[in-house]
Design a protein around this ligand. Sequence first.
Ligand SMILES: [Zn+2]
Ligand SMILES: [Zn+2]
Length: 234
Amino acid sequence: MKIYIDLHIHTALSPCGDRDMTPNNIVNMAKLKGLDAIAITDHNSCENAAACIKAGKVAGILVIPGMEIQTKEDVHSVCLFRDIESAINFQNLVYNSLPQLKNKPDIFGEQILYDYSDNIVGINERFLLTSSNLSFNEACNLVKKLNGAFIPAHIDRNSFSVIFNLGFIPDNLPIKTVEYRNYEDLKKMKDSKIVKPDYRFIKSSDAHYLWDILERESFIDVDELTVSNIIDVL
Ligand SMILES: [Zn+2]
Ligand SMILES: [Zn+2]
């Protein structure tokens, strides 16, 4: 079956995420846009994923727990997991690899934690908007060990992307899928052979605001609508 997805969405836990990016606002907007599955991918953290999964169950949309890691090369990658336990295991590794600094909310923005009813249950004081000590290769291998999917993010962007920062996608890694934001930019990269054509290319919104969330424009084929089936494809 063809399912419509947006696998890169930030909540207000990301300091750059809008305050309206609460679990219920996100899942209901995604539902309204006709999506079947979304992923919650905050910067270097999964702490709002469980609340979004629960809110998604109520709204009737599948939510995949994830994270957008920033590795030591300043490269962003979307990491998706089959269950919240694996996501939290990965988060612990990432937290240990971040500089032990406090966020400066007046400069970077607040990092808000919600429950599944959109009540604020805390503030993450860790400095999340920075690079982990893990390398791109290390992060990819750790995600794979946890049976997750590792997807280089917004490869068509001129910052924080594997192509811009490293110049290439390492081909010794088990990467099947890469993410882009704009088809024209991706096409230019494919035409000039900057990126090999044999990846699966998925479009994601990288939404920091509710209106950024994709319409029914990015899809994959799965046998059944489950998190595991989606991760198997990716
Ligand atoms: Zn990013
Ligand atoms: Zn992002």
